[in-house]
Design a protein around this ligand. Sequence first.
Ligand code: IPE
Ligand code: IPE
Ligand code: MG
Ligand code: MG
Ligand code: MG
Length: 301
Amino acid sequence: LNKIRADKPDFKLSLRQKADILNKAVGDYLAAQQDIEPQIKKAISYALEAPGKRIRAAMVLWCCELCDGSTNKDAVNAAIAVEMIHTYSLVHDDLPAMDDDDLRRGRPSCHKAFSESIAILTGDALLTMAFQLLASEISDHSIAVSLIKTLSQAAGPAGMIAGQMADIAGQDQEGSIEDLRYIHKNKTAKMFAAAAAAGAICGKATENQIESLYNYGLKIGLGFQVADDLLDITSTSEQLGKTPGKDSQQGKITYPSIVGIEKSKKIASQLADQAIAELNDFDANADILRNLALELVKRTS
Ligand code: IPE
Ligand code: IPE
Ligand code: MG
Ligand code: MG
Ligand code: MG
């Protein structure tokens, strides 16, 4: 672990490089879409090109690199699709009928910058575009179908939507740790798992590698959401780029609300260790993913 920690600066640099690749690819892709209605295009670009951390996209690229030696065009396209689905989820999550948050990625939320109806349509557009992109741009049909299957399962009603349903239904309810695990696994972790698996699929990985990286992504996502719950309490809107204190305001079931801050930190770090354990079959080339596990649970933004 000491060795992994010593590599820290490389992690920040690598995340930065992957985010740059993603941002450029998103810009190029949107610029090439001539037929999109101009007003919705503005809102799509506003939401998608806002300064997100691009962690899920980076996971796609890192996992492709791990399995294939380098990233490739398919992985870049899969990373765009993942960010489109993720961004749609944020736009809808912020709506007044959901978490009612006015700030996102350091800017007014989509429904504040445009309107509620445009934000709903922007989410719809981003989700649809993600699958259009995968159906149109991936080099090989069997890779495209695998990606579409993996990402639609993660984002759909047996995944993120199920988690968002439970998150909303849990408001002002007394939740258990089992409820929390269900919510976090579905609303957040399955998309992380799908991002990791998508990278592996683009890297022509073996079934075993895809499964290991999927399981790694699940643990990362669980730890990531525990950290998100902690940050909602301990961080500022400047650091977060979103409104802190929303969870308790809305009576959400969160780790800190059920087990307290200290125990939540412990659980986050256990999940990071479990994520790293899923990488046992990989050599030192997976160190960037090991770093990610350690980095995510102690992030401040
Ligand atoms: C926020 O995700 C939503 C959660 C699942 C906690 P991120 O913290 O990755 O948001 P961006 O993409 O960096 O804005
Ligand atoms: C978001 O969870 C999960 C999604 C699927 C969008 P949160 O509601 O905690 O995310 P933030 O804190 O608003 O980013
Ligand atoms: Mg929410
Ligand atoms: Mg929210
Ligand atoms: Mg949150």
